[in-house]
Design a protein around this ligand. Structure first.
Ligand code: MN
Length: 203
């Protein structure tokens, strides 16, 4: 049985960057529905519900029925991606920036936090339609950026990659707060990133 992470903050804690109503809908409705539908799809696929979701997503080709495979991809991605997203947020702070090992790795790979932020923001803003922007580590621990459509992610049909940080750019993530201004939402979300969580993922 797959379970949503418990939010490590109150639903109103991300305001005014992301307001309570968005968290209530996004976490309480969208994420909850992905989780319910994932559990149904996993049962239909005959997969052991104790199997780590990362392994399920890496191994989608083992699901023979195409409709069930699509249901596991869409709802498994929706389940996993939102766990990554919600877990890495915290109450807003001005000048919020990476610390520790992830700071050093970002500086080494991208030159500076500002240069990195600009690149990842551009991927988030330019993702056509619904999707995500990602910072991940590859098999050798090297950092890289990517974007994905719908509920795909850097571990769909792949192993050895570790997603570290993500930005949800589905309209449900920002429309109540920013309407059509995705770039404004992406600019603001940097105030919410809990770099301690990102450091733990990177370790
Ligand atoms: Mn979402």
């Amino acid at each position: 049985m797959y379970e949503q992470i418990k939010l490590p903050y109150d639903e109103g804690a991300l305001a005014p960057v992301i307001n309570k109503e968005t968290v209530e809908t996004h976490y309480g409705k969208h994420h909850a529905t992905y989780t319910t539908n994932l559990n149904a799809a996993i049962e239909k696929a005959g997969i052991d519900p104790a199997k780590p979701i990362e392994d399920v997503l890496a191994d989608l080709d083992s699901i023979s029925d195409p409709a069930t495979r699509t249901a596991v991809l869409n709802n498994g991605g929706g389940f996993y991606n939102h766990n990554v997203y919600f877990e890495q947020l915290k109450a807003p702070s001005e000048g919020n920036a990476p610390t520790g090992k992830i700071k050093d790795a970002i500086d080494a790979e991208f030159g500076s936090f500002d240069a990195f932020k600009e690149k990842m923001s551009a991927l988030a803003v330019s993702q056509f339609g619904s999707g995500w922007a990602w910072l991940s580590a590859d098999k050798d621990g090297k950092l890289y950026l990517s974007q994905s459509a719908n509920q795909e992610n850097p571990i769909t049909k792949k192993t050895g990659h570790k997603p570290l940080l993500t930005i949800d750019v589905w309209e449900h993530a920002y429309y109540l707060d920013y309407k059509n201004l995705r770039a404004k939402y992406v600019d603001e979300i940097w105030k919410l990133i809990d770099w301690d969580v990102v450091n733990k993922r990177y370790a």
